[in-house]
Design a protein around this ligand. Structure first.
Ligand code: DGL
Length: 266
């Protein structure tokens, strides 16, 4: 048994989509969530810089005593998962491989679309992860640079964002994809809109559920599930605007976001 919290991090609010699934599945666990919104979005930055951020945040969370880390960010997983795993003493779970696995299981015509940030698409981690499971699958990727900022502003519906989603998806839909990976943890917050644009013939893959299952399995195997009878305590740490984080945290995660603390990593 291990009553220490789970650490989850992202560049901002996107990781809430993963945290939701983790606490729904493991309601007795405490979580420390860190959103690096002072430096986010990570998507337009280069791989080495994002890798540096991932290493720094993971070591910060380890110093706070977490028992497992979830990199709830595709950009940071693409750039730094392996280095973070090498550097940390606790288990570290990323979001790419679970999404790739879900897509390979879901596709019938083996034509898979991936949408993500520029750094994720540039890294080509999804085609690599998909081809490791099915070398014959066709993968069509598209960076959607404006969507993260929309979500960070709380704009998850409306004509403008819908027009952007249509433009981003059009070339992928023309390729006849039957499966679309939401390769950014911010995108599930746009899921109703993306589903409408993609149409019924396209299965959307959000890796959060699979990540939550992996967290449970890792903790169970190690005998590290929380045993305390006391209610879990979640902490929300943000490096930038805490008011915005509190407002959007309540909207995206729920009432669990009771207060937000400001932290300085540098
Ligand atoms: N939510 C993140 C991701 O999954 C980060 C987006 C960003 O910071 O650009 O990629």
């Amino acid at each position: 048994m291990n009553d220490r919290p789970i650490g989850i991090f992202d560049s901002g609010m996107g990781g809430f989509t993963v945290m939701r699934k983790v606490i729904d599945r493991l309601p007795d666990e405490s979580v420390i969530y860190l959103g690096d919104n002072a430096r986010g979005p990570f998507g337009p930055r280069d791989l080495a810089e994002v890798r540096g951020f991932a290493l720094q945040i993971a070591s910060y969370l380890e110093d706070l005593g977490v028992k497992l880390i979830v990199i709830a960010c595709n950009s940071a997983s693409a750039a730094g998962l392996l280095d973070v795993q090498r550097r940390c003493r606790v288990p570290v779970i990323g979001v790419i491989e679970p999404g790739a696995r879900g897509a390979v299981q879901a596709t019938v015509n083996r034509r898979i679309g991936v949408i993500g940030t520029e750094v994720t698409v540039r890294s080509r981690v999804y085609p690599r992860a998909i081809h490791a499971l099915d070398a014959g699958a066709r993968v069509f990727s598209r960076a959607c640079p404006t969507l993260v900022e929309r979500v960070e502003r709380g704009e998850v519906s409306g004509d403008e964002v819908e027009r952007e989603v249509r433009d981003y998806l059009a070339p992928l839909l023309r390729k006849g994809i039957d499966t679309l990976i939401l390769g950014c943890t911010h995108y599930p917050l746009l899921q109703p809109l993306i589903a409408r644009v993609a149409g019924e013939g396209v299965v959307l893959i959000n890796s959060a559920e699979e990540v939550a299952r992996e967290v449970e399995e890792k903790l169970m195997r190690r005998g590290h599930l929380r045993s305390s009878q006391a209610s879990p305590r979640h902490r929300f740490l943000f490096t930038g605007d805490t008011e915005q984080a509190l407002r959007l945290g309540r909207m995206f995660l729920g009432p669990e976001v009771a207060e937000v603390e400001r932290v300085f990593l540098e």
